[in-house]
Design a protein around this ligand. Sequence first.
Ligand SMILES: Cc1cc2nc3c(=O)[nH]c(=O)nc-3n(C[C@H](O)[C@H](O)[C@H](O)COP(=O)(O)O)c2cc1C
Length: 170
Amino acid sequence: MEFREVVKNRYSCKKYDGRKVDKAHLHNILEAGRLAPTAKNLQEQHIYVIESEEALAKIDEATPCRYGASTVLVVAFDKNNVFTYPGGKRDSGVEDAAIVATHLTLAAYNEGVDSCWINFFDPDKLAQALDLPENEEILMLLDLGYAAEGAGPLENHSSRKELSETVSYL
Ligand SMILES: Cc1cc2nc3c(=O)[nH]c(=O)nc-3n(C[C@H](O)[C@H](O)[C@H](O)COP(=O)(O)O)c2cc1C
């Protein structure tokens, strides 16, 4: 698919038909995450593919936002392997994981797989429920699946500020 089309047409899907995500498509989505840039090329991300009934139930306990998706990616990062920027106020963990998550999201649409970025959950509680290592922090969840009949973009999908509101030339 053409890049501009992917960026324009990708939307947050909030109703899935429950079909399993095709293995080849899932591989291509994960591969796009693997190729994402990270600070100092640290690649501190760790992606968990949640597909078993048992693990999906833990997602459902953590958030009401699975919307019937058959697969959920948990995007985490290694807190002990981040780059601290000069000034010491910020480090790369959250933003590197967010870049990876963005690659995953756009790649999903390119593969014909619908998705939704989810942050409505307590990351510490979910990390505990999934028994993640102590050094890993969860950034976000990515619902993956195929839109149910009649599902589509919500109204706010086509509501974006004008460039003049968000861009300044200095
Ligand atoms: C950082 C982030 C967190 C989000 N968290 C949630 C969430 O927890 N639950 C949900 O239903 N949608 C969530 N969304 C989806 C947004 O509601 C959606 O992206 C936004 O309304 C724009 O719609 P669109 O993606 O269809 O263009 C999130 C999106 C982003 C980027």
